[in-house]
Design a protein around this ligand. Sequence first.
Ligand SMILES: NC(=O)c1ccc[n+]([C@@H]2O[C@H](COP(=O)([O-])OP(=O)(O)OC[C@H]3O[C@@H](n4cnc5c(N)ncnc54)[C@H](OP(=O)(O)O)[C@@H]3O)[C@@H](O)[C@H]2O)c1
Length: 339
Amino acid sequence: MSEPQKNRRLILERRPQGIATHQDVVLREGVVGTPGDGQILIRNHFFSIDPAIRDWMSERPSYLPSIRIGDPVRSTVIGEVLESRHPNFTPGQLAVGIGGWEEYSVADGGYFFPVELQPGDEEQQYLSIYGAVGLTPYFGLLEVGKPKEGETVLISAAAGAVGSLAGQIARIKGCRAVGIAGSDEKCRWIVEELGFDAAINYRTEADMVTAIGRACPQGVDVYFDNVGGEILDATLLNLNKDARIVFCGAISSYNSTEPVPGPYNFWQILARSATVEGYLVSDYLDQFPGGIAQMRQWVSEGRLQYREQIVDGLENTLDAFNLLFDGRNEGKLMVRLPR
Ligand SMILES: NC(=O)c1ccc[n+]([C@@H]2O[C@H](COP(=O)([O-])OP(=O)(O)OC[C@H]3O[C@@H](n4cnc5c(N)ncnc54)[C@H](OP(=O)(O)O)[C@@H]3O)[C@@H](O)[C@H]2O)c1
């Protein structure tokens, strides 16, 4: 009888308090599992390193259940199907979906989609520009923000994977795009390379209410919010009547150990007849093919640029993940496993 194949996995040993540490997420060796009915066995090629994973590590109620202690850290992955007991998959296919930080995942086939690479495609693009992260600003801005030509769209975490695309899509739709980011280099990049109209470095501005007012002299019509917290509060005082807030993320609070205060200026939602809409890209799954086709067209026309940052090795996954929370990531962050 042959030895069961080894599977290195990053296990959630305990719930992090603040930034996740190597005591919270521990590398353990197990064996590769066998898929049951409706499941697939996938050999992971890339992990998508997303801020939301920090939320899933906690016990806060969320849109997915908390990761159980003792389970591998949950993550969107792309890889090769090795075995399938799900009708949508055959061995040898590429698939993208919800797996874990481990070399091999046994997963519910219902949470995976087959991937057919088109000529010139690279696999990891299905975690970045042609994956959920690329489609997050697409549906969030267009379906929730509903920007009209000539309006001002303000974006936080604007040099990140989601934010950098949100600003470029706003420009494509004829809007004024203003980004908020955490360094002068990031601000320069989004204005000079991506075509944003203005940028604000929130780390060097003492008064964000005034800084947003200066960068958005006509007021803010759409706020694409990736961070929540004080930046959201400052934006509320700059909203135009009938403004729309796309509540996409709140990364400023994902590592908080205390209850998050505010927003203190929430009254402005009423005062300006504004709307705030919580938004999940997964609500648009059935529209993904159309969204990907549009993103492809804009990329091929040179109207959308994006950055990918690939870190090699399972053992480097947690350190890579923590880059998200102090702004050291440059674009869509992914971990690549050797093949
Ligand atoms: N709703 C959905 O369906 C959906 C889907 C995907 C992602 N998201 C959300 O979208 C947001 C961006 O995700 P992403 O994958 O594109 O990550 P990202 O923007 O590429 O990386 C995170 C960035 O957030 C900024 N940041 C970190 N801590 C911050 C803080 N305390 N205050 C302000 N900015 C902070 C950092 O940039 P700076 O240097 O600028 O600080 C960092 O580079 C996250 O909130 C994520 O949860 C939502």
